[in-house]
Write a new protein. Structure first.
Length: 234
């Protein structure tokens, strides 16, 4: 698809105020489930905006998700109008070769007002990330106060080339603890995931509560927290 070059907007042209994809949160895509997410484009012109077309694409990979763009629904208001729409991404159909498309994506806009046209290339961005999974299992259960608790788990990320979750090695993972009756997790220590994404950490038993692992994510993989595993301290 040929994308026209960017040009400066004249004084009488449209002002694009903001573009929000997925409510400002990263779009997270796994291996099989279809991801659906919204887009909202807010633009201003004295005559009112009646049409907006948005094309989503990966600048680092030969993927143009919406070839030719998608028309959005525009509210009949002026001078400021918000146009909305939604997209679906099927990882099996869209990402057929590898996981390279993960990362920063761009939005190309073509916005029409009754008396002006505004185009912009490569200005608006959002994150499209691989999904991740993380587990945690704390032993022994129960445990005596002062003894050592060992927590083991596995960090995996969606691999779009194989349609499977694979081990994510060499990533910092936090061991966190939430005391029984509390709603807040605190970080005990940080460890690094090993071969196959395995994660192991130890802690000294002080009081009963929940242990979990937490992964902050990367530029291409989403953050994820494991479910807390309760340990009774006697």
């Amino acid at each position: 698809m040929a994308i026209p070059p960017a040009r400066a907007a004249a004084a009488d042209e449209i002002t694009v105020d903001k573009v929000v994809v997925n409510g400002g949160k990263p779009v997270v895509v796994g291996t099989h489930a279809v991801a659906t997410f919204p887009i909202a484009v807010t633009a201003t012109h004295a005559s009112g905006v009646y049409q907006a077309n948005a094309t989503l694409f990966s600048p680092s990979y030969a993927v143009v998700y919406t070839d030719g763009g998608q028309l959005l629904d525009c509210a009949e208001t002026k001078p400021t109008t918000t146009c909305t729409g939604s997209y679906t991404v099927d990882p099996i159909k869209v990402f057929t070769q590898d996981s390279s498309p993960a990362g920063t994506w761009k939005v190309h806009l073509h916005v029409d007002a009754w008396e002006a046209t505004y185009e912009n290339q490569d200005k608006y961005t959002f994150k499209l990330l691989r999904a991740a999974k993380l587990t945690a299992n704390a032993t022994p259960e129960p445990v005596k106060k002062g003894k050592t608790i060992t927590v083991k788990g596995t960090l995996t990320g969606a691999d779009w080339s194989s349609d499977k979750y694979v081990g994510f090695k060499g990533q910092p993972v936090k061991l966190q603890f939430r005391k029984k009756g509390s709603s807040t997790y605190t970080t005990v220590k940080t460890v690094t995931s090993g071969s196959g994404g395995t994660v192991t950490a130890t802690a000294t038993a002080g009081s009963g509560g929940y242990y979990r692992f937490a992964f902050a994510g990367t530029g291409t993989t989403a953050a994820v927290n494991a479910s807390g595993d309760f340990v009774d301290v006697q």
